[in-house]
Ligand binder design. Structure first.
Ligand SMILES: Nc1ncnc2c1ncn2[C@@H]1O[C@H](COP(=O)(O)OP(=O)(O)OP(=O)(O)O)[C@@H](O)[C@H]1O
Ligand SMILES: [Mg+2]
Length: 260
């Protein structure tokens, strides 16, 4: 793997438990003959507090990887640890706890519950994480406000635009203050203004110590991360530590790598 190494590399933090450690992941989907080998011996370590963007062509396995990292999708071989807890060794109870309180997803297809309002969708993980009804309502309101959706709080998803649904999904994911945020194209349905707004929010979260693993096709969004990894055919083929790159060189560099 070639890399533009950062002078402020994360190697100094080697003694700290990584937020995500995926080692040699293999995953085949579909029927044997006609199926696809979606993950091909992929390894990825994300340090606590690090923000990693994953880029790569459609169908290379990004969504499968993001789902696998949080235990939503099985793997055929390999190991995944979240904050030092090996998902393969963990009891069902421990895995459920991780999913409720430490890992949050922003799904590519939003996955909002259609019968619940925007507010209720954001309240749900807070309730599952043990907040009182009143506390969950208050926190959910704050999150919707941060995403500019306070006026849409009582609308069900069918009455929201794609971009509004995406922002509700982001509010829902961030509400529980997860250890790791796994986001699949979190700005895919947003226009430039809304996308900039979400990026600012993610920057704030990141500054507060949030670990973020984010799939994106958008070069500007990808460039907000500490590191970009390039995925192809179910494995990581390249990485760039962005802190080592002069900002003036960034758009060209990222575009070049994404188009290869
Ligand atoms: N249930 C399934 N059965 C068979 N093949 C599948 C299944 N789910 C996904 N695939 C295939 O696995 C490959 C990787 O899919 P994945 O959704 O992870 O790609 P992606 O990189 O997220 O693509 P995109 O950028 O379009 O979202 C694709 O070729 C897809 O068709
Ligand atoms: Mg995808």
């Amino acid at each position: 793997m070639s890399a533009t190494r950062s002078t402020t590399s994360f190697s100094e933090e080697r003694d700290v438990v990584p937020a995500v450690e995926a080692i040699d992941l293999w995953r085949h989907l579909g029927d044997g003959g006609t199926g696809t080998q979606v993950l091909n011996g992929l390894s990825l370590t994300v340090q606590a507090g690090e923000w990693v963007s994953i880029m790569g062509p459609s169908g290379c396995g990004k969504t499968t990887l993001i789902h696998a990292l949080g235990g939503l999708e099985g793997i055929d071989a390999g190991s995944i640890s979240i904050g030092g807890c090996d998902l393969g060794d963990a009891s069902e109870r421990e895995r459920a706890r991780l999913r409720r309180t430490e890992i949050a997803y922003v799904f590519q297809q939003y996955n909002l519950l259609s019968d619940l309002t925007a507010l209720e969708n954001v309240m749900l993980p807070l309730r599952l994480a043990g907040r009182s009804r009143r506390g969950a309502r208050r926190e959910a309101h704050v999150m919707l406000q941060r995403l500019g959706l306070e006026k849409r709080a009582d609308a069900v998803p069918a009455r929201l635009s794609g971009g509004e649904q995406q922002r509700v999904a982001i509010a829902r994911a961030l509400a529980i203050e997860p250890v790791v945020l796994l986001a699949d194209e979190p700005t895919g349905a947003l226009d430039a203004a809304a996308s900039g707004h979400v990026l600012d929010l993610l920057r704030d979260q990141h500054r507060a110590g949030q670990t973020i693993v984010m799939v994106t096709h958008d070069h500007r969004v990808a460039a907000a991360a500490d590191r970009i990894v390039m995925m192809r055919d179910g494995r990581l083929v390249e990485e760039h530590h962005l802190r080592a790159v002069h900002p003036m060189d960034l758009p060209g560099l990222v575009r070049l790598e994404a188009e290869r």
